[in-house]
Design a protein around this ligand. Structure first.
Ligand code: BGC
Length: 387
């Protein structure tokens, strides 16, 4: 039935969608002068898009959810946006409900990429296309498309920012003056999130030559992803692990020089642990170089203040817009355009993907990357608080 409704809606919406789709600047942007989308609500109004997001404890997912919802609503679609509080059964149940309610397309950012096989089977049986959002859903042939960033490159960028902070590289990629040896510790994300492996592999491949020649040393010896992992990307878990690492390996005067962190929430936990252990001031004064990801506002302020060294900016507005472009393709009976058809094997199939680019944020490009693009205002950066 859903498949039929999809095709029916397609003819009615194709013309109207053209206008809005051209905007392309980012979901969540207003439709202002364009009368097209507003006029389509009668035609598209019975099309329902289910949007499943993992958690509201991280700003990025709130921004993602809001941008996807607003962009779809601008086009006249009904949207069922749900957050699952990082609880796997809750997310499974939310998706079950979306299917029962007759969703025509599902956009899913999974908590555990392997836990949704039954839901995806039900979606496939009902003819509902499934778009995996940011995180790859694994172990199912019923994932139709994947929109994400170049996650391996995000890891390369995280490691690069660590090397820049230590002075081993310059921001322009040329060799810096520092030779080390530097003491670093390594953190990884949640191992039920496929992205965690891509970030880690990109980072470790970049750092490996410096481990090999002794420029970088890991005093704890914890260099496996399993040892570095942080279940559910929890800030407190990272803080606790950093405290334990400091107690076990740095109590006799050895100093930490840098910490590879794959997410700003973890970075803030790590920074708290370092501060509680007596590290103070800014990176310029010798505070350890801590990396990050997501350009969360509290961390952007830390970067502006010189406390956190860098983060990775993944523009959630662009990801949201891309997911909507893909949803529109399915709604009009077309195949969405992929720009990567080799990288993301989910264990059953290689999922056609659209990868976006990310940027390293340092103190000196906060304005050009984040403020000029309207992601954060100068006031938000100054206060460290959104809104
Ligand atoms: C996302 C990151 C995010 C992390 C924790 C990953 O899947 O790609 O942007 O930092 O989850 O929420």
């Amino acid at each position: 039935m859903n498949a039929k409704r999809l095709m029916g809606a397609a003819a009615a919406t194709a013309m109207a969608l053209g206008l809005a789709a051209c905007a392309g600047g980012g979901a969540g942007s207003t439709t202002d002068e364009s009368a097209g989308p507003a006029d389509t609500s009668a035609a598209t109004g019975d099309v329902l898009v289910g949007v499943a997001m993992p958690t509201e404890t991280s700003e990025r997912w709130i921004a993602d959810g809001n941008a996807v919802e607003a962009g779809l609503q601008d086009l006249g679609y009904q949207v069922d946006l749900q957050y699952a509080g990082d609880d796997i059964p809750t997310q499974a149940q939310q998706i079950d409900t979306m299917i029962l309610n007759g969703a025509d397309v599902l956009i899913i950012a999974a908590i555990d990429g392997t836990a949704l096989t039954a839901q995806l089977q039900a979606a496939a049986d009902a003819g509902i296309p499934v778009i995996s959002y940011d995180r790859l859903i694994r172990d199912s042939g019923n994932v139709d498309f994947y929109v994400t960033f170049d996650n391996y490159k995000v890891g390369v960028q995280q490691a690069t920012s660590l090397l820049v902070g230590l002075g081993i590289l310059n921001e322009d990629g040329t060799e810096g003056d520092a030779t080390g040896p530097f003491n670093v510790e390594l953190f990884a994300g949640s191992l039920d999130d496929n992205n965690a492996y891509f970030f880690w592999n990109g980072a470790i491949d970049t750092l490996q030559p410096y481990f090999d020649d002794g420029t970088l040393v890991v005093p704890s010896g914890q260099m496996d992803i399993e040892q570095a992992a942080t279940l559910r990307w929890q800030q407190e878990t990272a803080q606790k692990r950093m405290e334990d690492l400091l107690t076990a390996n740095y109590s006799s005067g050895t100093q930490v020089d840098g910490v590879l962190s794959p997410y700003d929430g973890l970075s803030r936990g790590i920074i708290t642990a370092l501060q509680n252990a007596g590290y103070a001031g800014t990176v310029a004064d010798g505070f350890p170089v801590v990396t990050g990801q997501d350009a969360e506002i509290a961390s952007v302020k830390f970067i502006a203040d010189g406390v956190q060294f860098a983060t990775i900016f993944k523009d959630t507005r662009k990801l949201a817009a891309q997911s909507i472009t893909v949803a529109e393709a399915y709604l009009s009976g077309a195949e969405p355009e992929a720009n990567d058809t080799t990288t993301y094997d989910n264990g059953v199939k290689v999922v056609p993907s659209y990868l976006l680019e990310s940027d390293i944020v340092y103190a000196d490009n906060i304005t050009s990357l984040l403020v000029d693009s309207g992601y954060w205002t100068a006031d938000e950066v100054a206060s460290g608080v959104a809104g």
